[in-house]
Design a protein around this ligand. Sequence first.
Ligand code: PHE
Length: 344
Amino acid sequence: MVSQILSLAAKAKADIESATTSEAIDDIIKGFLGKNGGLGEILKGIKDLPDDQKKLVGPEANKQKDALLSFAEQKKSALAEAALTAALETSTFDPTMPGKKNLNLEQLGGLSPFTRMADKAVRVFEKLGFAVWDGGDIVNDFENFGALNFPDDHPAREMHDTFYVEQGYLLRTHTSTLQYHILKTKDFPIRAIVPGKCFRNEATDARHEAIFTQLEGIVVDTNITVTHLIATLELFLKEIFEEDVKTRIRPGYFPFVEPGLELEIHCLVCHGSGCRLCKGLGWIEVMPCGMIHPNVLKNAGVDPEKYSGFAFGFGLSRLTQLKYAIADCRLMYADDPKFLGQFQ
Ligand code: PHE
């Protein structure tokens, strides 16, 4: 009986040797262990054997079974490996190619310094309770000028070199165009900001672009004073620059504010010694602002005897230039990865 086991095992081993798939190997094993002419049948007959034979057959059956199973496993993994090698040979994918070392940050996408500044500015005002308004780029003459106290024949209208569209429409020259609409809500206390694109027909230089982004803000309620204005803007600047920045206030003229002011900060690029950005002055105008002119309130149906408020509107690219010490604003829009990569 032992010899029967040995010959069964030898046959199964030879079959496995020549098998070409792991399914075929499984079938051979099944047959080898089976009750029909296999190891199963032999084990069934053990009980009829003389004692000395019994002692031999059991262990031999187990030994052959274990040896065959491990041989089958070896053969299966050799087949799998051969299949993988064959697949890799016909594939164009090269898993041995080394990864990119020293990945250059300039090659990674990221937010431009301008976008970072815009997001942060909006977040700071949101924290202070300002609602964010949006408006169209194309507005009418009334929204851009008339509602803001620019009389028809006033030379102040010439302050902006405007891109006119058709039928009295124009590309807004400032985000102040939303003031009228915000005031008309009469939803006091009003605290709103308008980040948005503006357009002026002017030549570009280190501080000016024909298309730029402003952030307008207005606050209107009873008893709003210039103190609220200055405190709000100083708080904003401190949040943006993460340091106490030196500011000063000078008079400025805009027909829609009275008094009109210019908030200036100590130049953060040259720290006062004078550079291209601050035109050598050491100070730089960052925030035109003022108390909303009574006529602007009246135009929107708000009683200037009862309500007062302030407004400001600044260019976001200038703040970005100051924050990141960028001497020329044109760099920010040039899409040069060498420049943008520095800020990632
Ligand atoms: N709209 C003005 C400009 O674009 C800026 C400004 C806004 C001034 C609000 C005062 C108050 O120049």
